[in-house]
Design a protein around this ligand. Structure first.
Ligand code: ADP
Ligand code: MG
Length: 729
């Protein structure tokens, strides 16, 4: 094994940057060439079919089957002209990866070979996906699930060395109609949000008839050389290192953040960016992150369904392209202990058909009241459903990051910045419960009118908040880097939609009782601000004081995934999902079960890999070195040396024995804990056992292994060390 490590080092040191040549120096020359976008549709579709797709994109109108036939024909035309031979329904099952099942356009008809693609094949497909997680839904009812075309996200072409494939974004549902993927519930949530937000917008602006959510995703990731990776079975299999002593020069100097991007990495970035541009993914920024070998990229924000698809596609793309550069992309939230983890900041806002960003303050009191309405309702939604929002980002891997004093804590709180905090306080003080006098109204109007259009400078950078207002959008920072962010976004849009409905109802009620519109709006907003003030926090979210303070305020701080997931199936959430028709009771139960099972599997795999590595790699290496030490002592004794000459060696021999003994003992105990957990029937109890019992051995075992790493001869250490993994040449 240690020979593998040294070979890997030699290979990694010798690597040169791979040469990358984008199709043109102007990105606009090839941006979106592999997307069946408006331009391509106009060229390849008859007018009526084009209109049908546009109506589906803009207003969610269903595309009729006869139109689907025309779209399929045009799409095949376009794809064939680009050299595609196959097509696939592209979907996002709950495994968290994207999935594809390829079919050929080629068909045999009357003994003759033809190229064919029907509206049927476009609209629906049975991917025979019985091995995707379904939380028992498909077992009890119908074994098959099918995928159905989502016309609101354009089809695209994936190029690979062996050919090109037309990919059609789809939802994945069981034969009896229950959702089995990430996209379907997101689309439902967006639909409800649109309606609820338009109703509220109508209070201010009659021209608004469509509201869509926008999302800009900042994706953090680590890179590691593939040869180094291959000497680390833990990193290879679980996506994170289960052992490893912190490097002497880790993050302490934080010099990586400002440093220039290494050549090899730069080539990789250029390469995946080029591929992303062809797919219409509008990447905008790239830079080093705080930790060594950690990087980030972010696109310009887009309509949220498209942005989610683009992020999923981007993660795939990065992994594929990385191979060409002998890198592995680590999307795991915490590949290395003691080094910052990775997140996926979700920048979210709402935008109208009239081009207004609803979370951007305007220049008049009226438009600012509209801004305040959406602003305060979002705050109220997060306050009301903080536990559900926490659940939406829960995963075995994100547990390492939340609350680890480097990422937003598991306590949901909202940062607003001083200026907006003041404005909310003023509203509470100025809006009376009773009728407002004319003077009060004027004063308030003046005040609201004072909100500056550009708040960006003022919302100082409180990086420790999980949910921060950043000038013209909210930034949900607690989302994990490996997550499919539609989960978090489905929840956010659902709770905001529900909140807006309530708001509209309450305003209507006050107006029926005789309040003027503005007055009614302000009264309800005032009440919301008062009710949700506990979730507002401007201080340091990493601090111990905040944990104590949050507890006093009654905010939850759920540290681990199994209990965090409970919020999905609480009475409140079940009612919410049911009322808004996002999930019925059975669907949410099934989803909850899948998430628990995923959690169990992750910990199970980690425990196995840990046991294997320790018993078959670490302990043998330790014993080998112990033997070297013993022979040394033996020879020193033989030539008549006194005991104090080899006292250190004897100490080391003892120390190695102690660590090895403890490690072996703890591994055995961990195996027993696993066996016990496996016997538990109830999936939630089982997940808790894995979390509290099995997982608790990880740190103890790791502690002793990391100690051994410091004692044993470097040449004998079998797996790549942190310094070798994180320093990219
Ligand atoms: P940061 O300083 O956090 O890196 P940026 O201003 O660079 O913030 O933006 C981060 C992300 O937020 C980008 O993807 C950007 O497109 C996105 N963003 C900007 N405005 C909006 C908006 N109105 N809705 C959603 N995302 C937005
Ligand atoms: Mg950000």
């Amino acid at each position: 094994m240690s020979t593998l490590r040294f070979r890997a080092l030699e290979i990694a040191i010798d690597r040169a940057p791979v040469k990358v040549s984008p199709p043109s120096s102007k990105i606009s020359d090839y941006f979106g060439i592999n997307v069946f976008n408006k331009e391509a549709m106009q060229k390849h579709l008859p007018r009526e079919a084009y209109k049908a797709v546009m109506a589906a994109i803009e207003h969610g109108v269903q595309v009729e089957r006869s139109m689907a036939d025309l779209v399929a024909l045009g799409m095949k035309d376009w794809a064939s002209s680009k050299g595609c031979t196959h097509y696939t329904h592209w979907f996002q099952p709950l495994t968290g990866l994207t999935a594809e099942k390829h079919d050929s356009f080629f068909e045999v008809s009357d003994g003759k070979a033809i190229e064919h693609f029907s509206g049927n094949a476009l609209a629906q497909q049975e991917p025979d996906a019985s091995s995707f997680p379904s939380g028992g839904i498909r077992n009890t009812f119908e074994a098959r699930g099918y995928t159905a075309w989502d016309p609101s996200s354009p089809a695209f072409i994936i190029e690979s060395a062996s050919g090109k494939t037309l990919c059609i974004p789809t939802i994945f549902v069981s034969y009896t109609g229950e959702t089995l993927d990430y996209k379907a519930p997101l689309l439902k949530a967006l639909h409800v949000l649109d309606k609820a937000a338009v109703d509220v917008c109508q209070l201010f602006d009659k021209d608004v008839n469509k509201v869509h959510a926008t999302l800009g995703v900042e994706q953090e990731y680590f890179l590691v050389d593939t040869s180094m990776l291959n000497s680390r079975p833990d990193l290879l299999i679980t996506g994170r290192t289960l052992f490893g002593h912190s490097p002497a020069k880790g993050q302490q100097l934080e010099d990586h953040y400002f440093g220039s991007i290494p050549e090899r990495v730069y080539a990789f970035m250029l390469d995946f960016e080029t591929e992303a541009y062809k797919l219409g993914i509008p990447l905008k920024t790239r830079h080093n992150e705080v930790a060594p070998s950690q990087f980030e990229c972010a696109p310009v924000f887009e309509e949220i369904n498209l942005a989610v698809d683009h992020n999923a596609l981007l993660m795939d793309l990065m992994e594929k392209v990385a191979k060409r550069h002998h890198f592995k992309v680590l999307l795991h939230e915490k590949p290395y202990a003691g080094i910052n983890g990775s997140g996926k900041h979700n920048n979210w806002s709402l935008s109208t058909n009239t081009g207004k960003n609803l979370l951007s303050p305007g220049s008049t009191p009226k438009s600012n009241l509209m801004f305040l309405t959406f602003f305060v309702n979002t705050i109220r939604a997060v306050y009301e459903h903080a536990d559900l929002l926490r659940a939406s980002i829960a995963s075995a891997s994100n547990d390492h990051r939340l609350g680890a004093n480097e990422a937003p804590p598991a306590i949901m709180s909202i940062f607003l910045g001083r200026q907006l905090t003041n404005i909310l306080n003023e509203i509470v003080e100025m809006v009376p419960e009773k009728k407002m006098t004319a003077d009060e109204k004027t004063a308030l109007k003046l005040n609201i009118g004072k909100i500056p259009e550009i708040l960006l400078d003022n919302t100082d950078r409180n990086r420790t908040s999980p949910f921060a207002f950043t000038g013209n959008k909210f930034e949900f920072r607690a989302v994990g880097s490996s997550a499919n962010c539609s989960n978090a976004m489905m929840v956010l849009n659902t709770i905001v939609a529900s909140q807006l409905r309530h708001f509209k109802n309450e305003v209507d009620k006050l107006m029926e009782k005789g309040d003027k519109k503005d007055e009614a709006i302000l009264k309800v907003l005032r009440q919301y601000i008062v009710e949700s003030k506990n979730i507002l926090f401007e201080g340091n979210g990493y601090s111990e004081e905040w944990k104590a303070e949050a507890k006093k305020r009654g905010l939850s701080n759920v540290q681990t995934t199994p209990p965090a997931l409970d919020a999905y199936v609480s009475k409140k959430s079940v009612k919410l999902f049911d009322e808004l028709e996002i999930f019925n009771h059975r669907e949410i139960e099934a989803r909850h079960e899948i998430m628990l099972e995923t959690y169990i599997k992750k910990i199970q795999i980690e425990a196995r890999v840990m046991g294997d590595l320790v018993v078959n790699h670490i302990i043998p290496a330790a014993l080998k070195y112990q033997t070297v030490l013993s022979s040394n002592v033996e020879s020193l004794t033989r030539i008549g040396m006194k005991q104090d000459v080899y006292a250190t060696q004897v100490d080391m021999i003892t120390e190695i024995s102690e660590h090895v003994t403890t490690i072996k003992l703890k591994v055995n105990e961990m195996i027993e804990a696993r066996k016990k957990a496996n016997k538990i029937e109830n999936v939630r109890d089982k997940a808790v056992a894995y979390c509290d019992e099995v997982r608790s051995y990880f740190d103890i075992i790791r502690y002793h292994v990391d100690k051994l790493e410091m004692i044993i001869d470097d040449e004998m250490w079998p797996i790549a060390k942190y310094r070798e993994l994180v320093n990219i040449r």
